[in-house]
Write a protein that binds this ligand. Structure first.
Ligand code: ADP
Ligand code: ASP
Ligand code: MG
Length: 434
């Protein structure tokens, strides 16, 4: 069995959903299809939840606009994809929309949005997309079974960022799957549930959490492969929104993806694929709109000992402190990007965004504004000369103030801490040199 997860851009609209259908039709294995909400819908749901509770102003028009937008978006997909199942699917979708509207009215009435209620609102994106896709499959005579992820993914009560209880998830998934022995299961990513002793409440695993759902399910059923289908050819050498010349990385280690996402690449959150890595299940990142492209394989370790530079990512708005004594005594602050000892100096890198200086971090004068460029790849530590050669081949760095090079960040990355400059230009050049 394989797990195929399709992100929001892959189920954005009717045409995209048909592309997903074509991808899964070409797969002969039994499969679990995990879907995100249609692109942008979770943001709209979050917006409506927040404004409904806002006491400062009456947001009735905005609320109505958002509800209409959500309704029209999903009804339009139904109208353009279904014929035989149109009536029954429209009924089900309308019933979900009614539930959503009732919850939103409740929030408006009480002017109170608890984190549990927020999760209930956010869950409608995935509930709607999966319901629609299930009927698209039926219309095409695919024998799909839609399973509500809240009966599978039991979590704790940390609403908005709930942690799954893997033992309970395992029991649920094995029980549900043994009942039906299905060829094609469709379920929601991102959502789960928690029993507070009275009722079972909806939870969510954190934004972008559908990848996590796919990895949990894949690890539990012992999937042959977990496929993350998105709107680019795989993990790319740089963020395609900032860099014109990216290439697809054929294979990368788990550590590399961890570093990439730590420095801001949105494509895959490492936490989310941990269950699969622990079970040594291959993860592939593939393009729904270019399905024959081979994509990126993410494996626990690199297969060979070859030195490779794979990717580059930049993070602006950082600050750097270099001193003779250790600056930080506590390392758990989320703004601490790096803290270590290089060349007999203590190096501290902080994220300046939302950063407040307090007793723990007193002296801003000793911090320099900087950007960090993270270059990742394979077998850096046993090929230091090759790495130095690579760094010296980056010509545009000659005109830039390189404040610090940090080799100790991880086994698969080196950090260049640089002063103010055109970071995109450097990223572009590094990407071309790879
Ligand atoms: P999905 O909707 O499929 O979950 P996401 O938006 O979460 O997709 O992630 C895919 C996006 O991540 C891409 O469209 C791309 O713009 C962005 N991205 C950022 N950095 C990278 C990278 N290094 N490789 C691939 N995609 C990246
Ligand atoms: N729909 C959710 C989000 O937008 C989860 C996901 O897409 O992974 O965050
Ligand atoms: Mg995503």
């Amino acid at each position: 069995m394989i797990v195929m997860k399709f992100g929001g851009s892959s189920v954005a609209n009717a045409n995209e959903m048909i592309s997903v259908l074509n991808v899964i039709k070409n797969v002969v294995d039994k499969k679990v299809v995990v879907l995100s909400a249609c692109k942008g819908i979770t943001d709209k749901l979050e917006q409506i939840a927040i404004i409904s509770a806002d006491k400062s102003k009456n947001f009735n028009n905005e609320k109505e606009n958002i509800l209409n937008y959500i309704k029209n978006h999903h009804i339009n997909i139904l109208n353009s994809t279904l014929k035989n199942y149109l009536a029954v699917a429209t009924n089900e979708v309308q019933s979900l929309l009614n539930d959503l509207e009732n919850i939103v009215q409740g929030v408006s009435f009480l002017k109170e949005l608890t984190s549990a209620t927020k999760d209930a609102v956010l869950s409608f994106g995935e509930l709607l997309s999966t319901t629609i896709f299930h009927f698209i499959c039926k219309e095409q005579q695919l024998n799909s079974v839609l399973i509500d992820a809240r009966t599978l993914i039991y979590t704790n009560d940390n609403y908005n960022e709930a942690a799954p209880n893997l033992e309970l998830c395992s029991q649920n998934i094995k029980k549900e799957f043994s009942k039906i022995n299905p060829d094609l299961v469709i379920t929601q990513g991102f959502i789960g549930s928690y029993n507070n002793g009275i009722i079972r409440k909806t939870t969510t695993l954190g934004r972008g959490g559908s990848d996590y759902s796919a990895a949990i399910i894949g690890a539990i059923i012992g999937a042959e492969e977990i496929q993350i289908w998105t709107d680019v050819n795989g993990i790319l050498s740089a963020d395609p929104r900032c860099c014109n010349d990216c290439r697809t990385i054929k294979q990368m280690s788990f550590e590399e993806i961890k570093d990439l996402s730590f420095w801001g690449a949105k494509v895959l959150h490492p936490k989310t694929i941990l269950p699969a890595i622990e079970k040594n299940i291959n993860i592939k990142v593939l393009n729904t709109f270019n399905p024959t492209n081979e994509g990126t394989l993410i494996a626990a370790k690199n297969e060979d000992n070859l030195f490779k530079v794979n990717s580059v990512i930049a993070k602006g708005n950082c600050i750097l402190n270099i001193s003779n004594k250790r600056f930080l005594t506590e390392f758990d602050n989320e703004n601490v990007l790096y803290s270590g000892y290089c060349n007999r100096k203590y190096i501290t890198l902080l994220n300046k965004n939302n950063f407040e200086f307090n007793e723990k971090f007193p002296d801003i004068e000793n911090f320099i504004d900087c950007s960090v460029i993270c270059i990742s790849g394979a077998n850096f530590s046993n090929n230091s000369q090759k790495l130095l050669n690579f760094l010296s081949s980056i010509k545009c760095l000659e005109n830039v103030e390189v404040l610090q090079i940090i080799f100790e960040f991880s086994f698969s990355s080196v950090l260049l801490v640089i002063g103010s400059c055109d970071v995109h230009k450097i990223v572009d050049e590094i990407s071309k040199n790879m």
